[in-house]
Design a binder for this molecule. Structure first.
Ligand SMILES: *[C@@H]1O[C@H](CO)[C@@H](O)[C@H](O)[C@H]1NC(C)=O
Ligand SMILES: *[C@@H]1O[C@H](CO)[C@@H](O)[C@H](O)[C@H]1NC(C)=O
Ligand SMILES: *[C@@H]1O[C@H](CO)[C@@H](O)[C@H](O)[C@H]1NC(C)=O
Ligand SMILES: *[C@@H]1O[C@H](CO)[C@@H](O)[C@H](O)[C@H]1NC(C)=O
Ligand SMILES: *[C@@H]1O[C@H](CO)[C@@H](O)[C@H](O)[C@H]1NC(C)=O
Length: 510
């Protein structure tokens, strides 16, 4: 599913908190929420409504609604399942589910919402991994503080300017200058509270409805401003104890792809590092990129205690414009200075015999030139009820080698098989699902383009949305990789193994 935002709003659609998972302006989300109650038929038992562009999946919570805003092509059953998870987070933090309580716990909730989504990001996560993530440092807190500081500074400066103007005016008056409009200035003055009181009235009201874009993923500890996020652990414990497997937020995360990219344990060293990136792309049929999101993670697994105290040197990690996070236990300065991931205290070991997240990154873009594999599909109406379809791919990032590429094109039903006149690679027609699947075992720099032509009765709109899947194991999209591993003390080299997986979570041409 494509989750756009998760929000709690009042019955008349006023936003109390909202977390956006795609870039969206504050006014857009407030507008969507304001429109939502008007779409509902009171008294009916439905739990979702749709508009031209979005779907709202909702659940009443006393005097409010928990609302997920998704795209319309997402799977409604999955949406409802996800909604249930979100709704269950709320009583974990709020005793009385009212506006004040929710505002008071806004950051806890937003953080927990992120965890629900982050849990969905990997197909299965263990508690240790979640702990690692929940303790990560928050970039967003810093942004929030910086914005608030600059707002305060601006207000102060404006106040000072006004005070000066007023003084000047009084002086002018004393000199006998005739000033117009003194009355209104006087009024302004009293409401402005001059002199010593200014400072107290300065900090702008804390934002009432907390609308925070999730470009930089918020994490628990930081957004809780100091408190350790026990509650989140409890929540996760509960989920796990109930045997709930939190499934991926996306409809098409392919278990099989993950399996294919996992290195058998017989081939791994005592220090093993898995680098994984997941791509999510929505492109238009005219070649425009609506949204591309790349999530990356680096997991360290030390299976022998004698290799606990190590440092991992990354390559290509800092120059790709990604938002990067390291856990707070990691010395971030050293990482920013020379891409070296090590614990702050050199004599402390990494946890052993478990996967530990040591780096996460995220890249979001609408720059077409970043799409690794472009698909160009041209259906032409042949004028007598049929279509000639010409479809091409091109590998744009030719340092990548894409494996098991499958391009799935919907075709009209009940009109027989498409007549494929030309094809690079293979194709399969699934007459039950009405899909023409174009299969290319390998696409790399030796052979970056290919095409297929077929004709079938139908109209040009029949051939969308097209789904694309592939994986790559030689290199990540960002090129991030492990340089070397060394002992934290002494710096002698440590033998290690790595595995790399670039996966497609979703690639759709709509
Ligand atoms: C158009 O396509 C239909 C279906 O594929 C076919 O039966 C018909 O002969 C085609 N017409 C022309 C002019 O190519
Ligand atoms: C593309 O993926 C969506 C979501 O899983 C699915 O509903 C649709 O049938 C797929 N289309 C094709 C042509 O494979
Ligand atoms: C498929 O297309 C080719 C060329 O367009 C044509 O010669 C052939 O008769 C078609 N076959 C069928 C089964 O329609
Ligand atoms: C390029 O790849 C396609 C699909 O695998 C294949 O059919 C074609 O023969 C290749 N071309 C060259 C020049 O290798
Ligand atoms: C591309 O893939 C083909 C088929 O697997 C392989 O023979 C060729 O060496 C590859 N080219 C490069 C540059 O890796």
């Amino acid at each position: 599913m494509v989750l756009l935002a998760a929000a709690i709003c009042t019955k008349n659609g006023r936003c109390i908190i909202s977390r956006q998972f795609v870039e969206m302006t504050r006014s857009r989300i407030e507008g969507l929420l304001a429109a939502f109650p008007k779409l509902m038929n009171t008294g009916n038992q439905h739990t979702f409504v749709e508009t031209e562009s979005v779907r709202y999946v909702y659940q009443p919570l006393e005097k409010m609604y928990m609302v997920l805003i998704t795209t319309k092509n997402s799977n409604i059953l999955e949406d409802l399942e996800t909604l249930r998870l979100f709704s269950r987070v709320i009583p974990e933090y709020c005793r009385v589910i009212d506006e004040t309580d929710i505002q008071e716990h806004a950051f806890d909730l937003i953080f927990a919402f992120d965890e629900v989504v982050a849990l969905g990001y990997r197909e299965s996560v263990n508690l240790a991994q979640i702990r690692t993530f929940t303790e990560m440092d928050s970039h967003e807190e810093k942004v929030f503080m910086a914005v608030r500081k600059s707002q305060e500074d601006e207000t102060k400066a404006a106040m000072k300017r006004k005070a000066k103007e007023l003084q000047q005016m009084r002086r002018d008056q004393h000199r006998g200058g005739r000033m117009g409009g003194m009355g209104s200035y006087g009024g302004g003055m009293s409401s402005m509270k001059m002199g010593g009181e200014i400072a107290q009235t300065l900090p702008p009201e804390p934002v009432k409805s907390k609308v925070i874009p999730s470009r930089h993923r918020t994490t628990g500890k930081a957004m809780k401003l100091g408190a350790k996020s026990k509650d989140v652990d409890n929540f996760v414990d509960k989920l796990i104890s109930e045997g709930e497997t939190v499934r991926s937020g996306s409809a098409k995360s392919k278990k099989s792809d993950v399996a294919k990219t996992v290195v058998p344990s017989a081939l791994t060293e005592s220090v093993h590092i898995r680098l994984e990136e997941k791509l999510s792309i929505t492109a238009g049929r005219d070649g425009d990129l609506e949204q591309m999101t790349l999530l990356g993670i680096c997991m360290l697994r030390v299976s022998d205690d004698q290799f606990g105290c190590i440092k991992v040197q990354m390559a290509n990690a800092l120059d790709k414009g990604c938002t990067i996070q390291t856990p707070p236990t990691v010395d971030k300065k050293a990482f920013l200075a020379n891409s070296m991931i090590g614990l702050k205290s050199a004599d402390k070991p990494f946890p052993t015999k478990q996967d530990v997240g040591i780096l996460k990154w995220r890249l979001q873009s609408s720059d077409e030139s970043l799409i690794p594999l472009t698909i160009n599909c041209w259906p032409n109406d042949n004028g007598s009820g049929g279509c000639d379809v010409n479809i091409e791919y091109e590998l744009q990032q030719d340092e990548l080698e894409l494996v098991d590429v499958a391009i799935s094109i919907p075709v009209p039903s009940g009109v027989g098989a498409p007549n494929v006149s030309e094809v690079d690679g293979d194709f399969k027609h699934d007459s039950r699902k009405n899909i023409l699947e174009w299969c290319l075992p390998v696409i790399n720099s030796s052979n970056t383009t290919g095409s297929m032509e077929f004709s079938i009765p139908g109209s040009p709109d029949d051939f969308f949305p097209i789904n694309v899947s592939f994986h790559a194991t030689k290199r990540l999209f960002t090129g991030i990789e492990v340089g070397h591993v060394e002992f934290a003390q002494g710096g002698s080299p440590v033998k290690f193994s790595t595995e790399t997986a670039l996966l497609v979570d979703k690639y759709e041409i709509v």
